[in-house]
Ligand binder design. Structure first.
Ligand code: ATP
Length: 614
């Protein structure tokens, strides 16, 4: 993508290994085994993969003395310029000495493979924590604000060789913060986007910057990748780097954590003032997230100069929130190990149609030809053409798939309000509360969006995805003899008359679908529609790889033979499929449609001034 303003940014969103082609999945496994072998040969023990990003992998392990370490590897397939990044990361992180920043131990170069070794921050990353717990309570949010604020002050005031040399982290977000629950301490990790600030907090050029002055490139930003779900406008628009960037990352992160979201976007609808925070912190976040640059700066300055005051706020004991779900949620009795993926269609209608420039339209049509990992990544950048609430809504839908859940959602926007059909089957009882909160956020944001149309999304288990490969684009897709589309059965058989059926087809054609199915497959799907069941089926045809994602639950057991025969017919007809693209069908169990009036904004709610007096 070449559009100004977004070219500096990427969004790492990892694809499930179950969605990779056989060859790619094998390459990945082999490569991980090789990294582990390399670390063992260096004398480290207890090695395991702890994280992966778009650019590399992180392994945990121990040294001879038993100290816990992290080893970061870059993907060897990346161009050399990208590989060099790890060395730069090691350099920048190596400058820092702070109790909330893991220290760099060593940087190894083994052939083309570089390895960054550092201390392991104890705990769990805050994105995982937030997915497990739902919104983080006010006491901990304040504690996190203070600790992060101290790190930012350290970076703002950083000195090198006696001169002021502020540093920008550039990618502050929940998944880059590791939280030690026992000691309630956070660590800021992933310094891969960090740079020397070009401007100080007053947006004046940093002095001593002789080399930059000489390079003549002082108008060009040196800023690195940052996550558009969290960074502020200045960074997004390619402005020169300054400590203000990280204040935006901090504000977006605290807001997302306090509201149980995975992005900063929805703060107009779910404002900081509605999150039960102490008024002082709510005001700070409101300012920092404002559109006005001067308000952002004064919010940041106020935060950093009032850390002591925040540190001394008094809280009552933490309370455990219980959430009533606004949509029906079925919770399995036991945890099932599934890998959820969300596929949402009709995204384009969430875009501000009038703003759709010709170039953006071109990009949209090109997007359909990218593979799905790229699609997701570019798509996030493509959110650029949407309003903030629409972006927040899509981020909230994506968050649902971070839970083990199958089913789907159909949202109909009408002038009088929003109608929502859903089937949400959570496969982990321990996540019930946090998941219900995540569902409620989707509803809250849907209510704040005003337009007419439909949005659909399906949630399926990537472990059930069928992969059919071919040598070349002209060849047909032929499934192996044992290929079947999996399905499960409801515990009791239900005939159609016992519940109303939501048809696959009543929403009409989907404008975002780029793949036309052959009539034989369409007929089978139409015939399936008459059998009482729920679920979804998505065909994703790439040049040499066809994926069939599905989630099926048969409700009318008397029709099992017919159901099976139709699923087999789909498989048998795959060789007739031509073209590339994606298309899908979804059937929800019955019309237990919920209606919600539009609502622009959640009501204010603050933490009590005198909590112990309650
Ligand atoms: N020092 C550390 N201590 C503890 N965990 C760490 C540390 N460094 C990395 N991790 C774990 O590894 C994951 C990936 O690390 P990191 O974010 O640095 O890699 P990345 O490739 O830059 O990822 P991304 O592209 O997602 O930003 C982190 O989310 C975290 O869970």
């Amino acid at each position: 993508m070449t559009r100004k303003g977004i070219r500096h940014f990427y969004i790492p969103e990892e694809q499930s290994v179950y969605l990779l082609s056989h060859a790619d999945a094998k390459k990945l496994k082999d490569w991980i085994a090789l990294c582990i072998a390399q670390l063992e040969s260096l004398g480290f023990t207890d090695i395991s993969l702890i994280g992966k990003g778009a650019y590399g992998f992180a392994f945990g392990g121990r040294d001879h003395a038993g100290a816990e370490l992290v080893f970061k590897f870059t993907r060897i397939t990346l161009p050399v310029s990208m590989q060099d990044r790890l060395e730069e990361e090691a350099f920048m992180q190596g400058l820092l000495s702070h109790s909330h920043i893991p220290a760099v131990k060593e940087f190894y170069q083994r052939g083309r493979q570089s390895i960054l070794m550092m201390e392991r921050a104890p705990g769990i990353d805050l994105e995982q924590y937030s997915l497990r717990e739902g919104p983080v309570g006010p006491r901990l949010i304040v504690k996190m604000a203070v600790q992060l604020g101290k790190i930012l002050l350290y970076l703002r005031q950083f000195e090198l060789d006696g001169g002021h040399r502020p540093i920008v982290h550039g990618d502050i977000k929940p998944s880059n913060l590791v939280w030690d629950e026992n000691n309630e301490r956070l660590s800021l990790i992933d310094w891969g986007s960090s740079v020397y600030a070009q401007l100080d907090e007053h947006l004046q050029p940093v002095q001593n910057n002789v080399l930059d002055l000489m390079s003549g490139d002082i108008q060009q930003t040196n800023a690195r990748l940052g996550d558009i779900y969290f960074i502020g406008d200045a960074q997004l628009n390619g402005e020169r780097s300054s400590p203000r960037f990280d204040e935006q990352g901090l504000a977006g992160t605290l807001y997302a954590l306090a509201s149980g979201q995975s992005a900063r976007f929805a703060h107009q609808v779910i404002p900081p003032s509605s999150l039960g925070l102490p008024k002082i912190l709510s005001d700070i976040l409101t300012y920092m997230l404002s559109d006005s640059v001067s308000e952002q700066h004064s919010g940041g300055d106020y935060l950093l100069s009032h850390l002591k005051l925040l540190e001394n706020l008094v809280f009552a004991n933490d309370s455990v929130e219980r959430y009533e779900s606004l949509l029906p949620v079925w919770v399995a009795k036991e945890r099932k190990n599934i890998e959820s993926v969300v596929y949402s269609s009709r995204k384009s209608f969430l875009r501000q149609q009038n703003d759709l420039s010709e170039q953006q339209s071109d990009e949209l049509s090109q997007l359909s030809y990218l593979n799905d990992a790229q699609f997701e990544r570019y798509y996030k950048n493509y959110l650029d053409g949407m309003g903030a609430t629409e972006k927040g809504f899509l981020a909230a839908v994506s968050r649902l798939a971070r839970y083990p859940v199958v089913g789907g959602l159909v949202i109909h926007w009408q002038p009088e309000g929003v109608y929502i059909d859903s089937s949400l089957n959570l496969q982990d009882p321990a996540r019930e509360q946090a998941f219900k909160h995540a569902v409620n956020t989707v509803v809250t944001l849907a209510r704040a969006i005003h337009r007419q149309g439909v949005f659909k999304c399906c949630l399926f288990d990537a472990k059930n995805t069928l992969h059919i490969e071919r040598e070349q684009i002209e060849a047909p897709f032929v499934a192996g003899a044992a290929t079947v589309i999996p399905y499960e059965k409801s515990s009791v058989s239900l005939s159609t008359s016992e519940s109303r059926v939501h048809s696959y087809f009543e929403d009409g054609d989907d404008p975002d679908e780029f793949l036309a199915l052959p009539p034989q497959i369409m007929q089978a799907i139409k015939a399936l529609n008459a059998i009482h069941h729920t679920g979804c089926i998505i065909f994703e045809a790439l040049e040499k790889h066809l994926k069939i994602h599905s989630y099926y639950r048969l409700l009318d057991h008397t029709k099992e033979n017919e159901f099976n025969a139709l699923l087999n017919e789909i498989i048998d007809s795959l060789p007739l499929l031509t073209g590339e693209g994606t298309c899908g069908f979804m059937k929800l169990p019955y019309k237990d449609t919920r209606f919600f009036e539009h609502r622009a904004k959640c009501a204010d709610k603050f933490y009590p001034r005198n909590p112990r007096a309650r």
